[in-house]
Ligand binder design. Structure first.
Ligand SMILES: C[C@@H](N)C(=O)N[C@H](C)C(=O)O
Ligand SMILES: [Zn+2]
Length: 235
């Protein structure tokens, strides 16, 4: 359980709709589809209607600050089966990186690896009260592309299992490159928050609108708020 799981979900029933990809830059091929993630009849390029509207607002705001830059979509809707596939995939990746063998892992080693995985991945819960954020169609993983069509350097790749994923990792560095990474992350945050999203405190790329994490972060930011989540699990 994460603290945001205490937020009640009052499902509003809004449709999951296709993201107008022609308006955005898009990571291609899709990072999880290329690994063989089981999307079935679903597509990662869907979000709830209002979430798409707010993403377009974020991109319009970006254009007003830096003309011809674009929001790049890395991932959006993620069925729970895909969430399960990706946490299992990440678990195996950590084992490989540490040159371990799964069959030889002690209970403690196993626990430590799962803890590392769940630092950035949500549990693939099927409980309707604790849905993984992306399974609600309200969460999106994004970065920026500049006016030369280059992906903006945020100082670490999306989905890296390390401290560098923390949004403020570079905040206090005096190194010019690190300061630039922080400025880039702040620009992404600024346009997304201006459009009503909240950012995951553990990941510079993960934003949501209307899910439990969004409501919890909104309430934390202003104790006068008492938001509930509008979006629950879809599949
Ligand atoms: C790991 C990253 N792609 C992500 O989406 N993390 C959040 C917390 C999630 O799994 O919902
Ligand atoms: Zn995410």
């Amino acid at each position: 359980m994460r603290p945001y799981h205490q937020i009640p979900i009052v499902e509003c029933g809004e449709l999951l709709v296709k993201i107008p990809l022609e308006l955005f830059a898009v990571e291609s091929p899709h990072p999880y589809q290329k690994l063989g993630a089981p999307y079935g009849e679903h597509s990662p390029y869907y979000l709830r209607q209002s979430v798409v509207d707010h993403l377009i607002q974020a991109q319009n705001y970006l254009h007003s600050l830096v003309p011809n830059w674009q929001i790049q979509i890395f991932d959006a809707y993620r069925p729970v089966a895909v969430q399960q596939f990706m946490v299992d995939y990440s678990f195996k990746e950590v084992i490989q990186q540490q040159k371990l063998t799964e069959a030889d892992l002690s209970t403690n080693q196993r626990q430590d690896i799962w803890q590392t995985v769940y630092e950035i991945w949500a549990v693939p819960s099927l409980d309707v009260q604790t849905p993984p954020p992306h399974s609600t169609g309200a969460a999106v993983d994004v970065t920026l592309v500049n006016d030369r069509g280059q992906i903006v350097n945020m100082g670490s790749p999306i989905d890296e299992l390390s401290q560098r994923s923390h949004p403020d990792y570079y905040a206090n560095s005096s190194h010019p490159k690190a300061q630039q990474y922080h400025t880039n992350r702040q620009l992404l945050r600024e346009v997304m928050l201006k459009a009503g999203f909240q950012r995951n405190p553990r990941e510079w790329w993960h934003f949501s609108y209307g899910d439990q994490m969004w409501a919890w972060l909104s309430n934390q930011a202003n104790p006068a708020n008492c938001f509930t989540a509008r979006y629950g699990r879809l599949a």
